[in-house]
Design a protein around this ligand. Structure first.
Ligand SMILES: Cc1cc2nc3c(=O)[nH]c(=O)nc-3n(C[C@H](O)[C@H](O)[C@H](O)COP(=O)(O)OP(=O)(O)OC[C@H]3O[C@@H](n4cnc5c(N)ncnc54)[C@H](O)[C@@H]3O)c2cc1C
Length: 519
């Protein structure tokens, strides 16, 4: 008897989301977290992107929004410039101003409410696997013990021990810069001018946003009477994001960069972090997988939570299929294919941000200026917004003849059912099950889909502007297959059967293989 179906190492955004998604599919999730309590000093002060839509599909967004404000057309830092999405009528990304510990609390309650077991103060010290199971050696409050499960997922952050023990390489670049940040109230004779600039005694005016001083970069922003300050200095020492930083170290950095004191009071959120661009070579080694920061470390903030939680959503139902014994061959391998690809898109835009930040010479200034000029146009601004949201691509699904929607995130269509009631894609995705939508009364497709009815929810519905005759949507809201509108009857049946088998295994009237060796 195994201790769980899936062991999840790490109880922060990625691990908690994974545990919740696994529980939605009914598999047993055991989360092991080395810290005895939630970390109260926030890293992220917010997040956004596609995960917000997914949280809405799971009925969770209202709980998240209740814990923090939402900006539908945010002004976001990008490198050292700011992008203003209010210039677009329908901005491609939003920003949820929720400090990370509050998000983690919502996720922890959600996962626990679904029955996930979270053991805090339990550190994984070793992992192992064979053809049938994965195991973790754990140091808990009462000493060492071992747990086993069908799979083990390292959601244990950028310095992932699981990744290292599994022998998965994490190649990339460490940039020789250190950022220090803190939040407080302005003290002494510092004055905030009407345009938001600071008048600091002994200094010229300090402009809102980023100021390069030749010794580093000083940045500040004001919100609700508090000031968020960040310094950036060239340093070659590697930093541990989780190690505490003193107020004296922070003040010392401000002094070096500005060559003046900035009197601050009631300082909180003291933290220090470096810039690394790294991505795991493989997201899977047999029964051991990695997700979130354990799989990718972006050299700019703002997308880590979105990308990590979307990894979790992509992975959970595939693991559940393996646990339940109906996973078609190669299903788990698609986790690497799809999410590694998503990670490279995140890496592309965050590396570009590094280029926009670095450089103190006129050529670097020209690059920043030209980039900002381009961002005044709708198309480039939308493209970068979609990159930030993680919605600029479709997953590279195996069938080249696929409908253009295949691989895309399913849009939240408003739907009308046969009995005249209204529903939506979001409502139908709440249970995290596969969904087949017959949008055009195609009895040929409906009949074919019914052979999988124990595994997928099948609905005949109508929508105002139908994008296809039928959609097959995976539990992670990815469109697995779509029927072109108006195609002749029966034309799509073989492709639909192929897609259903590829993603959801043999039809239920066919013998299901017994759960066992890894496929
Ligand atoms: C200063 C800063 C600001 C940021 N701002 C933003 C932002 O605005 N928006 C955004 O989206 N992202 C931001 N990020 C990135 C974001 O914080 C990360 O992407 C996110 O925390 C990753 O979540 P995770 O669950 O994958 O990993 P982590 O948050 O790193 O969590 C890993 C967990 O695993 C646990 N663990 C590690 N080893 C073990 C072990 N051996 N056994 C058991 N448990 C273990 C750790 O204690 C930890 O709780 C920021 C990061 C920093 C440093």
């Amino acid at each position: 008897m195994m201790d769980a179906d899936v062991i999840v190492v790490g109880a922060r955004p990625t691990g908690l989301m994974l545990a919740a998604e696994l529980r939605l599919t009914g598999v047993r999730a055991l989360v092991l977290e080395r810290r005895p309590q939630l970390r109260e000093i926030p890293r992220a002060s917010g997040f956004g992107g596609q995960i917000a839509e997914l949280l809405r599909y799971r009925g969770l967004l209202d709980r998240v929004v209740a814990a923090g404000p939402v900006q539908r057309a945010p002004r976001l830092p990008f490198g050292e410039v700011h992008l203003d999405f209010s210039l677009l009528a329908d901005p491609p990304t939003l920003a949820l101003g929720l400090p990370q510990p509050r998000l983690e609390r919502v996720l922890a309650e959600h996962a626990a409410g679904l029955g996930a077991e979270v053991r805090r103060g339990h550190e994984v010290v070793a992992v192992s696997q064979d053809d049938f199971a994965a195991a973790a050696d754990v140091r808990g409050p009462d000493g060492l013990y071992r747990v086993s499960a069908r799979y083990l997922v390292g959601c244990d952050g950028a310095r992932s021990r699981v990744r290292d023990l599994a022998g998965i390489a994490f190649p990339g670049t460490t940039y020789p810069v250190v950022h220090r940040l803190g939040q407080g109230t302005l003290a002494g004779d510092v004055t905030v001018l009407g345009n938001g600039d600071l008048d600091v005694p002994g200094l010229c005016l300090v402009r809102r946003g980023f100021t390069r001083t030749g010794r580093g970069v000083f940045a500040f922003g004001l919100a609700a009477g508090r000031v968020m300050v960040q310094t950036t200095e060239d340093e070659t020492t590697a930093v541990d994001d989780d190690a505490p930083m003193s107020l004296a170290e922070f003040q010392g950095s401000i002094h070096r960069v500005l060559e003046a004191e900035l009197p601050l009071a009631e300082v909180t959120r003291l933290s220090r972090y470096g810039f690394e661009a790294r991505q795991a070579e493989r997201y899977r080694d047999g029964r051991i997988l990695v997700a979130g920061d354990a799989a990718h470390q972006f050299p700019a903030t703002g997308i880590g939570i979105n990308t990590g939680m979307m990894d979790a959503v992509n992975l959970a139902w595939k693991l559940a299929a393996g646990v339940r014994g109906w996973a078609p061959p190669g299903l788990l391998g698609t986790y690497h294919d799809e999410r590694h690809f998503a990670g490279t898109r995140g890496m592309l835009q965050t590396q570009a941000q590094v280029a926009l930040r670095r450089g103190q010479d006129p050529a670097a200034d020209a690059l920043r200026k030209l980039f900002l000029e381009l961002m005044a146009y709708e198309q480039p601004l939308r493209h970068v917004g979609e990159l930030i949201a993680g919605s600029d691509f479709r997953y590279p699904l195996p069938n080249p003849g696929n409908h253009p929607l295949a691989g895309a995130f399913a849009p939240d269509l408003s739907l009308r059912t046969e009995d005249g009631s209204t529903t939506s894609v979001a409502e139908l995705m709440r249970a995290a099950r596969p969904v087949f939508l017959d949008l055009a009364g195609r009895t040929d497709l409906l009949q074919a889909a019914r052979a999988w009815k124990g595994r997928a929810d099948i609905h005949t519905v109508r929508t105002a502007h139908r994008p296809a005759d039928a959609l097959l949507i995976r539990p992670d809201a990815c469109i697995a297959w779509a029927a072109p509108a108006g195609e002749p009857a029966d034309a799509g049946v073989p492709a639909l059967r192929e897609a259903l088998s590829r993603w959801f295994g043999a039809p239920l009237d066919t013998a299901v293989p017994v759960a066992g060796r890894l496929s």
